[in-house]
Design a protein around this ligand. Structure first.
Ligand SMILES: Nc1ncnc2c1ncn2[C@@H]1O[C@H](COP(=O)(O)OP(=O)(O)OP(=O)(O)O)[C@@H](O)[C@H]1O
Length: 195
């Protein structure tokens, strides 16, 4: 919890001053809509659907800086540790959310986070989650987070009212499930989720 609330305010302030002016129009529109959703508490799920190299990570880091600047908790997660290093305070989703290990057989499960722990407090307080490489995740990961956030935030809205921003490319690698037909892999994809 202390790690998520102890960002030095000077760093995000300078980061925003240096980089926000260079946002292109699509990035600026997404930045404004997402920050509004966090600040007015409406929440919701956003998907940044853009090819590689078009500035999704750049936008994510600006969003993280903007939300942390206001003493709110914003989490940044990815599939791989390497991608996590590109986001300020980035972690793998498995580490941040304690996702079930065998997602393919984890129907209707939740994250392995007990009430009263530091991780539970972070999820109770957090208002923004940015999730890169999301298309490579099994849909059960997103669904486990949805149930966990609804429970911890005492809120029946999708993701417990937390604003979630997903990014990824459905034309790249989809979830990999060994020894199953292609149809099952498609069924495991985020697009097949009830969310
Ligand atoms: N509006 C911008 N102004 C200045 N530089 C930018 C802007 N948007 C992106 N960049 C730069 O373009 C490069 C690629 O951007 P970025 O890594 O954010 O793309 P990406 O969509 O996340 O790529 P990938 O999907 O491959 O991870 C980076 O060096 C980033 O700093």
């Amino acid at each position: 919890m202390s790690a998520e609330t102890s960002y030095n305010i000077d760093q995000p302030t300078k980061y925003i001053q240096d980089n926000k002016p260079s946002l292109v129009s699509d990035q600026r529109e997404a930045f404004n809509k997402i920050t509004q959703a966090v600040f007015n508490g409406s929440g919701g799920i956003f998907f940044l659907d853009a090819p590689g190299g078009t500035g999704k990570t750049f936008l994510f880091n600006l969003l993280l800086a903007k939300i942390r600047l206001t003493n709110r908790i914003a989490l940044a997660v990815t599939l791989s540790g390497i991608a996590a290093t590109l986001l300020t305070g980035g972690r793998t989703a498995h580490s941040a959310f304690k996702l079930p290990l065998n997602l393919a057989s984890a129907e209707a499960s939740t994250c392995n986070i007990a009430r009263g722990t530091g991780k539970a407090k972070v999820l109770q307080e957090c208002q923004l989650i940015v999730w890169d490489e999301s298309t490579m995740f099994h849909k059960a990961a997103l669904e486990a987070l949805d149930r966990t956030l609804q429970d911890l935030q005492h809120n029946d809205k999708t993701m417990g009212g937390v604003t979630l921003v997903l990014a990824g490319d459905f034309q790249q690698t989809l979830p990999v499930i060994p020894h199953v037909p292609k149809a099952d892999e498609l069924q495991a994809c985020l697009k097949a989720s009830y969310i």
